[in-house]
Design a protein. Structure first.
Length: 273
């Protein structure tokens, strides 16, 4: 990185101190915890949430600081981090504001589309001096995006219902990272418009007539094989279980996620043919 290039900012446009190997990092975002490990920063992680589970063995020694919503502020204070990484969707704003009172750098992330991972990699590369690993991930992401878009362009577009919860039934709006990731392979979520990012619905909603396929995500609700028959009876559409990490985890997992989605889309098209 040359001196003429401005350092990257976080999702709120904030510049943060780049401390390299001197940084002490707490990650409150599971997918970014995994990203930090894949960037070679495991030894600088001093805290994580209980939902930060990948890579499992590497994280065993990293202390937990609560969940993504119920963060233990006193525990984080004791760990004396230089950087805490949060996310707009996953961590409540009051938590981030409370952290800012005693943490020098509260780094806010908010990827909206898979392409935004480029900026995420660049930000981590800048803050923690891991440019070679960040650039390698960027190259892998670009290749995965090419593959996913090729599948999306080669097959007829499908309108899908992506289920994230049961009782009440909930889905995603087109304003979410999940919807943008699905669209990369030609799966376009319904409803087209929603007042909330994660709206609830009932099975009599008129827009359901346009749904061609239902995708049951394994997270945050753990949909399983037993739910496929239930949902099929409710809507009379093709129903498919899908790994929620493929669509909702950004960071390094986005690379594998895009490739897995492309493979699944091809396989379902082949099976139909």
């Amino acid at each position: 990185m040359t001196s003429s290039v401005l350092p990257p900012t976080d999702a709120f446009g904030q510049h943060h101190a780049a401390l390299g190997c001197n940084a002490r990092i707490v990650s409150l975002v599971p997918s970014i915890t995994e990203l930090l490990c894949d960037l070679g920063l495991t030894d600088q992680l001093v805290g994580r949430t209980g939902f930060c589970i990948h890579p499992r063995e590497a994280l065993r020694r990293v202390p937990k600081v609560g969940g993504t919503k119920d963060v233990k502020l006193d525990r984080i204070r004791d760990l004396a981090p230089t950087h805490v990484i949060v996310n707009v969707d996953e961590n409540p704003r009051p938590v981030a504001e409370a952290l800012a009172a005693f943490v020098p750098n509260v780094v806010v992330t908010h990827p909206g589309v898979p392409e935004d991972n480029r900026g995420l990699y660049a930000l981590m590369g800048h803050l923690f001096d891991c440019w070679p690993a960040a650039e390698a991930l960027t190259a892998a992401l670009d290749a995965a995006l090419v593959e996913a878009r090729a599948v999306g362009a080669s097959l007829p577009a499908e309108s899908v219902l992506y289920l994230i919860w049961r009782e009440p039934w909930m889905t995603v709006s087109r304003e979410t990272y999940i919807a943008a990731t699905l669209a990369t392979v030609g799966w376009h979520t319904l409803p087209r418009e929603a007042a909330e990012r994660y709206p609830s619905f009932d099975w009599q909603a008129p827009w359901l007539d346009g749904v061609q396929r239902v995708l049951l995500s394994t997270e945050p609700y753990r949909f399983q094989d037993k739910h496929v028959a239930e949902v099929t009876a409710l809507c009379g559409r093709s129903v498919q279980l899908i790994d929620g990490e493929w669509t909702s985890w950004y960071g390094s997992r986005a690379v594998a996620g895009l490739r897995a989605l492309a493979a699944l889309r091809r396989a379902l098209a082949d099976a139909r043919a």
